[in-house]
Ligand binder design. Structure first.
Ligand code: ADP
Ligand code: ZN
Length: 526
């Protein structure tokens, strides 16, 4: 096809690349033929090019909506550097003064500007809408599209106004891009942007070069981290902590131990932050101790380790943060420290928030706790979370695969779980179903009169710690699924129904035991 050859030539011409990465070409063709397009690609997959190249080739100006004001200038500079003309790319955000905004508008009107980056709050303004109505828009690109969803790791309410604003400005194809691919987030994005029929391009989220490990967090954690860094002397790494205070403290401890480390969080002034970033990129420091404020858009290819000092608030967040390791395809060690205390602390933090938000926060947290405590391959769990099936038995690159636990037969337990899910009409979440199986007459269960059902308490003779791993591994194996729309409601799949008719063996691994979980709260909650 002549068109393909042409695209490859344009790729070479503008970007100097010889060939497209992954689905880039198909994505670009879909967009350029006027169709809504949905791109799910892990960080580093090459999302930006999917809208940058078509914007240069199509008539009019492409609007790129991005939440990252700090990165817009950088992106715009890169695009402008690709061409001899000036004003090919611009950005509009709260940092520009009147004269600068005027310049942007003049360039857009003259037809010079192919790419306009805007923050959603700037786009939604009356004056932006009025102006953009009068110009030709080639398409809208919604970057970091997961910001639309409360189930993503970075919800931004202004993202909800994007579709109404597009309708006011004028219709054009939409391309939504994100590195968060859970079913719930995906469905929220499509609905909110009204691109239900968009063609979806999803690449694998597997990062085979990343090693995943979860360690018990004890009082010795600082010592363990120091030892780890010494074993990897001179290598670059990031340590994520949840609080600014911890960031400061840990960074002091590391410095006192002659490790070249620096703190990074949103409470530091911007000069200090960009100095720290530079020092890290230029390898004047080895280790950044940071809150999640650090990392977006930082493209250091040879980060060799990412340590989570505290359990992260969601698996999406965890995946994003660990994704910064090993971008060059080389070694990337991802170690998370887990303690139940931390989990409870995080739950406590949420108490002041609106109920719906608490509910979401708690469920996301439970997914992380499940990840931390399970003995299943970490890669398999992460990929399953992103709706991807990992079929290999052993990934050889996570703690659970390198030290596999003995498998136990749990076919009878699976049968109990499946029957119980059906008994409560597939209308309840994991905690509820497990209470039901154990025969616990909670207020919730009594109010639904489920204690009167035949299957109530059908698993009371089994070890109570069995149920969470059975349910989780049944989800991974596809006997159960969680309802996307009503997040968390357990449903029995066709495979599950077949199992009920013809039960077979079901091999599972028990959860890892953590020293501080004698009170079993996590297991109850997950
Ligand atoms: P994402 O936004 O998905 O995280 P980027 O758009 O930042 O990824 O791209 C990641 C890296 O891949 C960048 O350094 C980019 O220049 C490079 N890249 C993108 N497309 C190609 C290609 N076709 N060939 C080679 N390198 C590419
Ligand atoms: Zn594994």
């Amino acid at each position: 096809m002549a068109k393909d050859v042409n695209l490859t030539r344009q790729l070479k011409h503008y970007f100097g690349f010889d060939k497209f990465k992954g689905d880039q070409e198909a994505i670009i063709q879909n967009l350029m033929s006027g169709h809504d397009t949905f791109v799910l690609m892990p960080t580093g997959g090459g999302k930006s090019l999917c809208y940058q190249l078509p914007s240069l080739l199509m008539e009019g100006t492409a609007i790129v909506i991005s939440p990252l004001i700090a990165l817009m200038k950088n992106q715009v500079d890169v695009i402008n550097g690709l061409s001899e003309e000036t004003g090919v790319a611009h950005y509009l955000n709260s940092s520009l003064n009147k004269a600068a905004v005027q310049q942007v508008m003049d360039d857009i009107r003259s037809g010079r500007t192919k790419l306009l980056y805007v923050a959603p709050e700037s786009l939604n303004k009356e004056e932006s809408i009025d102006f953009l109505k009068s110009v030709k828009i080639s398409f809208y690109a919604i970057d970091e599209a997961h910001c639309i969803s409360e189930w993503g790791h970075d919800f931004r309410p202004e993202y909800r106004n994007i579709r109404p604003t597009i309708n006011k400005i004028g219709d054009a194809p939409v391309i939504a891009l994100t590195a968060t691919a859970t079913d719930k987030v995906r469905s929220d994005i499509k609905k909110s942007l009204a691109i239900i029929d968009a063609k979806e391009f999803k690449s694998s989220f597997n990062r085979p070069n990343l090693y995943y490990e979860v360690r018990q967090k004890s009082d010795e954690v600082d010592k363990q981290i120091i030892k780890f860094i010494r074993q990897h002397e001179g290598k670059s790494g990031i340590i994520y902590c949840l609080s600014r205070k911890k960031v400061e403290e840990l960074s002091e401890v590391l410095k006192a131990n002659e490790i070249k480390a620096a703190p990074y969080h949103a409470g530091l002034d911007s000069a200090t932050r960009s100095q720290t970033q530079d020092d890290f990129l230029m390898e004047r420091i080895d280790v950044i101790v940071a809150t999640i404020a650090f990392g977006m858009g930082i493209d250091k290819p040879d980060v060799r380790f990412v340590i989570h000092y505290d359990i992260p608030k969601s698996l999406e967040g965890y995946y994003q943060e660990t994704g910064r390791a090993g971008r060059d395809g080389g070694e990337g060690l991802c170690i998370a420290f887990y303690a139940q205390k931390d989990l409870k602390k995080l739950e406590k933090f949420m108490e002041g928030k609106p109920v719906a938000e608490q509910d979401i926060g708690r469920q996301l947290l439970q997914e992380t706790a499940a990840y931390a405590t399970s003995s299943v391959c970490r890669r398999k769990m992460l990929l399953h979370y992103f709706g991807e099936e990992y079929t290999q038995d052993n990934c050889h690159n996570c703690d659970n695969c390198l030290h596999p636990k003995e498998k136990i037969e749990a076919g009878k337990a699976l049968l109990i779980v499946l029957k119980s899910v059906l008994a409560v009409k597939e209308n309840f979440r994991q905690e509820y179903v497990i209470d039901f199986i154990k025969g616990r007459g909670t207020d919730d269960i009594l109010s639904h009169k489920h204690d009167q059902l035949e299957d109530f308490g059908s698993g009371e003779d089994e070890d109570p710690k069995l149920w969470n791993p059975v349910v989780r591994q049944a989800l991974i194996a596809g006997y159960l699924k969680k309802d996307v729309e009503n997040y968390g409601l357990l449903k029995v799949t066709a495979t599950g129904k077949r199992f009920i008719k013809h039960p077979t063996a079901f091999m599972i691994v028990r959860d890892n035991e953590f020293k501080d979980d004698e009170d079993e709260v996590v297991n109850e909650a997950v």
